[in-house]
Design a protein around this ligand. Structure first.
Ligand code: NAI
Ligand code: MG
Length: 479
């Protein structure tokens, strides 16, 4: 076993204020709800006091966005692009600061916030900046919708902000965005970046608060477009509340992805893919490969290698550059992971974790593997959203596909085989929005992302991601 000296990233690079207001019409203002605190989930230390937006505050933000829409939507695309390119460049310049802040507020390892989240955030702004003056070639018309109300979760706070804000602005919409209550800090730093980029007031408004604030954004009568990423339960509520209002909606909800490993796969690569699929970001990933489907003939060998590999993962301080597994984002999420894992044991699956010291303070859960899992078990059906892998076996490709599709979700899947014909045969039959071939959790702003069934509807990213923010509909064949 290796021992490393700690290599903590300095937090001096970020300046966290004791308290934050709402960002409305280009300025920070007080909220009239009851302020709340955000903590560092790795230490339970309070980071800052955050204003809560009431329905009246949300109304002011929507009014600001409505007013700004007139000039922003009339601006030539090439001019809007300049702002988006500027924002993208400032994100790159301040990426160390943003990465440290993300890891402090969310609990994710700095290695991931620095090397995955931040590069993708900047790439997303660059990508959609490039579309702003080329909308007529995308096939969805060039007319923006109006004011977008956007509600995002805590697992990729800044990345989900980028997925929502970049295409909305590129198409000429204005935005009222609500970050998750446990991770508001990078969205508020992004608000400062909007000021630094001289973005016209009201184009981006950030309202902080919990579910009630989110509901006020979604239900505001002057919001034209709703975009949500989060739980299937809240997604259902939102679908119901906007039904019949004429608001355009995209929902990106849960998942229970299968990672299918055929017997001819390159096993060491597959092991890396499995680890990346479920232990990246503590498994707080909607497209996480939470169900490993392994062909029976190689199951024992693969599990041995996987367990050996898991023994090398380092859990601990998210700001330590050696850390692979950071903190669970909140006490509530930890309780949910524990509850479902206990249910797995009670239902008869076998639980395994590597020897792994757990820090005294903060919220932690060791990497966990369940074998002997049946399709009927809760750990095979429900989204755990934690570092917990459920292993099932199969004998034939047909059985693999059937088991992979036997879920109410349909967001993503992974397939591991050296045979191109088997890869294509399998991918064709998987009911999942994204299928990764001999890789997992790979993202690119040019590639559309989204689900089937209870995983939601609409696509984010790529040319397809523009459709959600444009009012003109394209001729069917060009989609
Ligand atoms: P959540 O769906 O309650 O939270 C997501 C966002 O929605 C937050 O900003 C929250 O404040 C807001 N929200 C809550 N209630 C709302 C309402 N009635 N109207 C409008 N906005 C509302 O998810 P939560 O409780 O944080 O996590 C629960 C489970 O959801 C997780 O364990 C996980 O399984 C799943 N989840 C899935 C995500 C994904 O990326 N698809 C992200 C986060 C959670
Ligand atoms: Mg926090």
């Amino acid at each position: 076993m290796f021992e490393y000296a700690p290599a903590p990233e300095s937090r001096d690079v970020v300046d966290i204020k004791p308290s934050y207001g709402l960002f409305v019409n280009g300025e920070f203002v007080d909220g009239s709800g009851t302020a709340f605190k955000t903590i560092n989930p790795a230490s339970e230390e309070k980071l800052a006091e955050i204003a809560a937006a009431s329905a009246a505050d949300v109304d002011l933000a929507v009014q600001a966005a409505r007013k700004a829409f007139t000039t922003w939507s009339a601006m030539p695309g090439a001019e809007r692009a300049k702002y988006l390119f500027r924002i993208a460049r400032i994100i790159q310049e301040r990426s160390r600061e943003l990465a440290v802040l993300e890891s402090l507020d969310n609990g994710k390892p700095i290695r991931e916030s620095r090397d995955v989240d931040l590069p993708l955030v900047a790439a997303h702004f660059f990508y959609y900046a490039g579309w702003a003056d080329k909308l007529e070639y995308a096939g969805y018309g060039t007319r923006p919708i109006g004011v977008a109300g956007q509600v995002i979760p805590w697992n990729f706070p800044l990345l989900m902000l980028a997925w929502k804000i970049a295409p909305a602005l590129a198409c000429g919409n204005t935005v009222v965005l609500k970050p998750a209550e446990t991770t508001p800090l990078t969205a508020l730093l992004f608000a400062e970046i909007c000021q630094q980029a001289d973005l016209p007031p009201g184009v981006v408004n950030i309202v902080t608060g919990a579910g009630e604030t989110g509901a006020a954004v979604v239900n505001h009568p002057d919001v034209d477009k709703v975009a949500f990423t989060g739980s299937t339960e809240v997604g259902r509520l939102i679908a119901r509340s906007v039904a019949g209002t004429g608001k355009k909606v995209t929902l990106e909800l849960g998942g229970k992805a299968a990672n299918i490993v055929y017997e001819d796969a390159a096993l060491d690569q597959a092991v890396e893919g499995i680890v990346n699929g479920i232990f990246f970001n503590q498994g707080h990933v909607c497209c996480a490969g939470s169900r490993l489907l392994v062909q029976e003939s190689i199951a024992a060998e693969l599990l041995d290698s996987l367990k050996r590999r898991l023994g090398t993962l380092r859990l601990g301080d998210p700001l330590d550059k050696n850390t692979d597994i950071g903190a669970i984002n909140s006490a509530a999420q930890l309780a949910k992971i524990r509850e479902l894992s206990d249910a797995g044991e009670q239902e008869g699956a076998e639980r395994w974790s590597p020897a792994c010291a757990i820090p005294d303070r903060g919220f932690w859960f060791p990497p966990t593997v369940f074998t002997g899992v049946a399709q009927s078990h809760r750990i095979a059906r429900e989204e755990i959203f934690g570092p917990v892998l459920s292993v099932l076996t199969f004998r034939t490709p047909g059985e693999a596909v059937e088991k992979a599709n036997n879920t109410p979700f349909g967001l993503s899947a992974g397939v591991w085989t050296e045979k191109a014909s088997l890869m294509l045969w399998t991918a064709d039959r998987l009911r999942a929005g994204v299928v990764w071939s001999n890789t997992f959790n790979r993202f690119d702003p040019a590639s559309p992302f989204g689900g089937y069934k209870e995983s939601g509807y609409g696509r984010e990213g790529g040319r397809h991601g523009l459709e959600a923010y444009l009012a003109g509909s394209a001729p069917r064949e060009s989609r």
